[in-house]
Write a protein that binds this ligand. Structure first.
Ligand SMILES: C[S@@+](CC[C@H](N)C(=O)[O-])C[C@H]1O[C@@H](n2cnc3c(N)ncnc32)[C@H](O)[C@@H]1O
Length: 262
């Protein structure tokens, strides 16, 4: 098993081969997709990556796979769907297909379509997710009111449940509206800290191991540390590794001090 809380400058498939079976609680990642960006010629093998992810994920662990499709000769490639179906084929459960809506997106795609403004966030799980901490931040119009309810069945009948009081906030929708980061740290395809954080707190618990096989500028690593999780990151490009290392340095030091004080 590799040392935790380190960035490894290597191909992610080779890197994951050094991890034990069932050793990762959560993966949050955005792979390079459809050659939209070349990352200076660095390449990756999708099927081998998916298989290694399945092997290293713990039972009940989750993989969040954030992707979009390129448009080639007037047609979207559909690569994201093909990948999602492959993850299912090798044993993952497709727990949820979520959308990252980018309100401040400026790359709108083809002029013949409505403006392109989202990416898919496929949430795969190995069996039933073991950590589900759904974020409740939608103000509830029925907060404090006594309500009746119960699940409705296909024949129209309802379970009878005792009266309950509406809570202040409701469960969030699975479309997340999060601005594209203004700060890029010199990386061409960084995802927002908020996005990484919200998935980390939703699908893992404190002390868990969070993997990002395509770490880029280190967003997942930073948010894992800030939320009291451990991380492992693989990144093939040495320039991005340096950026990521610099970015997480203060949080690593903070974690070491906490460990010493414990
Ligand atoms: C979409 S970016 C990830 C950005 C990251 N989420 C962030 O917030 O900075 C994908 C990254 O994967 C890296 N990469 C490409 N092929 C790789 C491979 N085989 N193994 C590890 N990293 C790879 C690229 O260099 C690029 O930095």
């Amino acid at each position: 098993m590799l040392e935790l809380n380190k960035i490894y400058n290597m191909d992610c498939v080779q890197g994951m081969k050094l991890l034990d079976d069932c050793s990762v609680d959560l993966t949050v990642t955005s792979p390079p997709y459809d050659n939209l960006r070349t990352y200076k010629g660095f390449e990756w093998d999708f099927k081998a990556t998916a298989k290694e992810l399945y092997r290293v994920t713990k039972q009940g662990g989750v993989v969040v796979w954030i992707v979009g499709d390129a448009t080639v000769k007037g047609s979207e490639t559909g690569t994201s769907f093909k990948q999602a179906l492959y993850f299912k084929e090798i044993g993952f459960n497709l727990h949820d297909t979520m959308i990252w809506f980018k309100p401040n997106c400026f790359n709108f795609g083809s002029n013949n379509c409505y403006k392109q403004s989202f990416e898919y966030m496929f949430v795969f799980s190995k069996g039933k997710p073991k950590a589900i901490n759904l974020i409740k931040d939608i103000p509830n119009a029925s907060a404090g009111k006594v309500m009746k309810g119960g699940r409705k069945h296909s024949d129209g009948s309802r379970d009878i449940v005792p009266n309950f009081v509406g809570s202040e906030y409701k469960r969030r929708f699975n479309v997340w509206s999060i601005n594209v980061s203004a700060k890029t740290y010199g990386h061409p395809a960084i995802f927002p800290e908020q996005l990484a954080k919200d998935h980390i707190v939703s699908w893992s618990n404190e002390g868990d191991v969070v993997l990002d096989p395509f770490l880029g500028s280190g967003t997942t690593a930073k948010m894992a540390l800030l939320n009291n999780r451990n991380f492992i990151g693989f990144e093939l490009n040495p320039e991005y590794c340096k950026i990521a290392e610099k970015r997480i340095e203060p949080y690593l030091m903070q974690q070491t001090i906490f460990e010493l004080l414990r």
